[in-house]
Design a protein around this ligand. Structure first.
Ligand code: BGC
Length: 763
């Protein structure tokens, strides 16, 4: 047996415990602003006058541009640093995308960086980037303020690294819980996902860095993503996936919206007139520009007329062919001007012209601090039988098992991969899981030590050693069981690595980890499982363990946050932004569409096979509007854990529901009836009148509140009128139907103690 005794720590129970706070983080960097240009503009550049509005300034500048200069702005320069041997132009900052500026007009280069969960591709240039928890984790906080902080970390670090545009901001809904990119997205509900990602993009843009929302739209699985045809009725699309984008875009007014690889009802997303022009630009009034996902452009004239404004990463369709099409009159000059206007006005509106990024050194401590805070509010406590958690030093011995917990925490792959400090020289390798050095084992040991020694470092101090912490890698269930048998508590870490370019064939944990948990649970009745997963997984061992914590991809402060939560230093648990099914048979698509044995991922298995993908249909009309928890309600299926579910170390009671006139808001009282202070996330659902044809509740509002033991508070949750409407395809508009609306409030979609019905008029 290869058990490593890491710490023998003396016990002193009941001593005053200092919290595990961090040394004060240095103040945020505030880059020096160049003096604004004088009123009237810089010399002969009137568009540099910051007193004018961005649209006027853009038009003034565009009037001076040649046709070639306009064309130059609507495409990238090729794969650049993303592909070995590709051309890297001067001024390229080493991100995924580059668009050459026009120095004679004072227009800077656009340097775009992938930054879904932190800035990608930092290491090759000896830069540091903070790995945040996954977006799905952040969404579990249901805290828009934290979403803003999340985006602000990204914006701050992009700026310090010399980038002026983020290409993160994924808000595709989780229709497919095995989708490899779910960790980049914000869950299955449009109101929650749209709100959280909208705030995230606002945080990015608060740093004078252009934001982006992607992948527009219905890129809800990776299998066959380059060609599959997502089929969904317009009404269902408007009320689900499009609604998430609509909410985020309305909030953040991002510079960019990235159209996706797949087809939508026949047309590729990057040449889809309905989604790009009719909906995004006309219905929602989007003023920014549409950029294609990398090699998701398939035509010149069709794409330009459908609403695509920028081809990435190269110029195959929007370089010389677009110039020719404009000269031939196939693409009107006015349309080219519109593309350029959208790009230039977004650059001006976001400050990247007047206040360009100044390269500086990223502050890793500030980033880690923020990442840890977000993670502490994002983990979800799924099970806590017999109050196994929080752990206390007691007279326990602790066996930590699996998940590389002696080293760190897992991160998600693909273009969302952040390079790890001390990781592979030159940067991360596509397809290879990356662990970040934030060891849960180390911080569990530290928490145990502090508890046992009233904050004194037992490693330095001596004393009577009673607490023992061991680590077993978990590669052999039998060996892990032996380790667990010798401890009072076993904490098992299990991981599910996910990445762009893959879907999981099932919801099971990979690498025999279910067997590992089962073996440990058999050996030790006090087993706690910590999950680090990209999305929902099944848990055949659920009834055999006492504690279950979903830590998602925890980010660079993950080890600290997990330990703090396990020891009750924080009581700020999140709630699930996605349903955890009991098994694949409950899903609208029991198998991932198009993912067949032997076919790899149907043409999208990492790079290299893009062109070989088969064309097939993903029929989202199966579930239609009933995405996630709505499907489970309609089908009367009981999931493993429902949407919105999550426990706490305390309890909350709900009372006194009141719906304001015309349902402008809903108010109610939440009281902490337990013995500890803690956070509650209150959820408000509405069920529409029967005539709507929507026999399920929908989330219409939520609020997160921190309450001391015994404290109660009346919360008022505003309800946006849109959230009570349906999309009428006849009217091509949203409408509120007259009739009986049921409002329900509580702490989980499956447990809603408050309920009332109100009559509402048409609107
Ligand atoms: C991904 C995008 C990413 C782009 C650039 C594509 O493969 O789908 O999300 O922004 O690459 O790296």
């Amino acid at each position: 047996m290869s058990m490593r005794w890491l710490a023998k720590i003396s016990l002193a129970i009941g001593c005053g415990l200092a919290g595990m706070g961090w040394a004060g983080a240095p103040a945020a960097q505030s880059p020096a602003k160049p003096a604004p240009a004088q009123a009237g503009g810089k010399g002969n550049m009137p568009w540099m006058n910051p007193a004018l509005d961005p649209d006027t300034r853009a038009d003034l500048m565009i009037r001076q541009m040649t046709l070639d200069e306009k064309i130059q702005l609507v495409h990238g320069i090729g794969w650049g640093p993303l592909q070995a041997g590709a051309y890297v132009p001067p001024g390229d900052n080493g991100g995924a995308g580059f668009v050459a500026g026009i120095p004679r007009l004072g227009l800077p280069n656009l340097n775009l960086a992938d930054s879904a969960v932190g800035v990608r591709m930092a290491a090759w240039d000896s830069r540091y980037a903070t790995l945040l928890p996954s977006v799905l984790g952040m969404a579990s906080s249901w805290d828009p303020k934290l979403a803003f902080v999340y985006g602000a970390v990204i914006g701050r670090e992009l700026r310090a690294q010399g980038f002026n545009m983020s290409i993160g901001g994924g808000v595709d809904l989780i229709r497919e819980p095995r989708n490899g990119r779910n960790f980049e997205y914000a869950g299955e509900d449009p109101v929650l996902a749209g709100t959280m990602v909208g705030k995230l993009a606002m945080g990015v843009q608060s740093n004078h860095v252009m934001g982006d929302i992607k992948h527009y739209v219905l890129n809800d699985q990776e299998t066959g993503r380059n060609t599959y045809n997502a089929v969904l009725s317009r009404r269902a699309m408007q009320e689900t996936d499009l609604l998430a984008f609509q909410i985020a875009i309305r909030m953040a007014q991002p510079a960019g919206v990235m159209c996706s690889y797949n087809r939508v009802n026949g047309d590729f997303a990057c040449e889809n007139h309905y989604t790009l022009t009719d909906v995004l630009k006309q219905q929602w009034g989007f003023k920014g520009f549409v950029l294609s996902d990398w090699e998701a452009t398939h035509s010149t004239v069709k794409a330009a007329l459908a609403g695509l404004d920028m081809e990435q990463p190269g110029d195959q369709y929007f370089g010389a062919p677009l110039k020719q099409a404009v000269q031939d009159g196939q693409v009107p000059q006015a349309r080219l001007n519109d593309m350029v206007h959208r790009i230039v006005r977004s650059m001006i509106a976001n400050g990247v012209v007047d206040d360009p990024p100044l390269r500086s050194v990223v502050n890793p401590f500030q980033g880690r601090n923020d990442a840890q805070k977000i993670e502490e509010s994002s983990m979800v406590l799924l099970k806590n039988q017999d109050g196994i958690l929080p752990l206390n030093a007691g007279d326990r011995t602790i066996a930590v098992i699996g998940g590389k917990a002696d080293f760190g925490v897992v991160s998600g792959g693909g273009s969302a991969q952040v390079d790890a400090p001390g990781g592979r020289p030159g940067g991360s390798e596509w397809g290879v899981p990356v662990y970040f050095p934030s060891s849960p084992l180390r911080y569990i040991a530290q928490q145990a030590e502090r508890q046992a020694n009233c904050g004194v470092d037992a490693f330095a101090g001596g004393g009577v050693h009673k607490v023992k912490i061991s680590f077993d890698a978990g590669t052999s269930p039998a060996k892990a069981a032996q380790a667990a048998a010798q401890a009072n508590v076993a904490v098992v870490f299990v991981t599910q690595w996910m990445s762009e370019g893959m879907d999981r064939p099932s919801l099971s944990l990979p690498d025999n980890q279910d067997a590992l948990v089962e073996a440990v649970a058999k050996a030790n009745p006090n087993t706690v499982v910590v999950l680090e997963t990209g999305g929902p997984v099944t848990m055949p061992w659920r009834d055999q363990v006492k504690g279950i914590v979903e830590a998602w991809y925890p980010g660079i402060g993950g080890g600290q946050a997990i330990a703090a939560a396990l020891y009750g230093k924080v009581n700020a648990w999140g709630k699930l932004p996605v349903t955890f099914p009991a098994g694949e048979a409950q899903l609208p698509h029991p198998q991932v569409s198009g993912l067949t044995a032997g076919a790899g991922n149907n043409g999208m298995n990492g790079g290299g096979h893009r062109k070989k993908a088969k064309n097939f249909t993903v029929d989202y009309n199966v579930e239609g509007m009933a995405v996630g928890y709505k499907w489970f309600q309609v089908k009367q299926e009981t999931p493993l854990y429902p949407f919105g579910f999550g426990l706490s170390y305390t309890r909350f009671a709900y009372s006194a529901l009141d719906v304001a006139p015309n349902a402008q808001s809903v108010s109610f009282v939440v009281k902490n009836t337990g013995a500890r202070g803690g956070d509650e996330i209150a959820e408000v659902y509405a069920t529409l009148p029967a005539g709507s044809g929507e026999p399920f509740r929908r989330l219409v509002g939520f609020a997160r509140v921190s309450l001391k033991p015994g404290a109660g508070q009346r919360l008022t949750v505003p309800i946006r009128p849109l959230y009570l409407k349906i999309f009428s395809t006849e009217k091509n508009d949203w409408e509120r139907l007259p009739g009986t609306y049921t409002f329900e409030v509580g702490g989980s979609s499956a447990e809603l103690p408050l309920r009332t019905e109100v009559q509402l008029a048409a609107q």
